[in-house]
Design a protein around this ligand. Sequence first.
Ligand SMILES: Nc1ncnc2c1ncn2[C@@H]1O[C@H](COP(=O)(O)OP(=O)(O)OP(=O)(O)O)[C@@H](O)[C@H]1O
Ligand SMILES: CC(C)(CO)[C@@H](O)C(=O)NCCC(=O)O
Length: 270
Amino acid sequence: MYLLIDWGNTNLKYIVSDSLCSKVLQSKPVERLTQIESLIEQLSAQPIHQVLVSSVRSDEENLRLKQLLLSHLQLISDVTVEDNNSRIYFAQTSYQACGVKCAYAEPSLLGIDRWLSIIAANQRQQNIALISVGTALTLDVLTPDIHLGGHILPGRELMFQSLLHTDRVRAHSELEHGVKDPRVLLLGKSTTECVHLGIDAIFWAYLSESIDKLQNQYNIQEYLITGGGGEYWLNQLLTKNITIEYRATLVFEGLALLYKEHFKEYRCEK
Ligand SMILES: Nc1ncnc2c1ncn2[C@@H]1O[C@H](COP(=O)(O)OP(=O)(O)OP(=O)(O)O)[C@@H](O)[C@H]1O
Ligand SMILES: CC(C)(CO)[C@@H](O)C(=O)NCCC(=O)O
């Protein structure tokens, strides 16, 4: 069994799969955890043989994850620590991988989650815009085999927290009356409503305007959207005249592709 991990700034997401083929990964449920310690409990006695990791966390946090995984692997198999070390693969950004070239002059500075999504999207060999709505909102644009660059914005929670830091804007993290349509300029009648509607309006204006520019400048054929807020924004963007798809497994698909490029012995059964 393969364990694929996407450790973001808020959650650790994972998939357990007996195959690294994109089609199989796309059909797997993505599990979400807030504490990495609960990963081991969740896996319990599953026979994991190889772990693939995408992590935007610090070296220190990655080491903690590695130690946790090693102790789990040791419990379920009788091989040595050295053998087990090679069973944990941490993906890294590079200048070129799986046929695609990175836009950054210093590729190691591009977030691995973005790079893996780019690698997965490049399989389609089209002009693609990738939108990830998580802790940060990111945009990446690629034409076949070339990453052109992108944007990074603070995500909803970061914007929300930055206002709470003033200590005067006392908003609740959830709206009392559910989601409101961000395409209409609705006006809030409480601090919480004002903050939520304001932040949604920023995202809507940004996404709507960026899509219009992307259509004109890059002739985008397809949009792929992912991340915790991906489904919500997919629904809002359906009114735009674009081809757009929500893909929860995009980072995992890229992770599997990069791993397979490194360890060429892996073959996807047809
Ligand atoms: N409707 C929404 N609009 C904007 N952001 C949202 C929405 N719903 C959820 N989010 C954001 O998504 C995030 C959780 O998603 P996800 O689990 O993909 O993030 P993450 O673990 O932080 O991943 P990463 O660090 O890779 O972005 C939260 O920070 C939350 O604020
Ligand atoms: C932007 C985030 C936080 C999105 O998860 C991540 O990709 C990251 O930490 N990136 C590093 C900076 C960059 O991509 O240029």
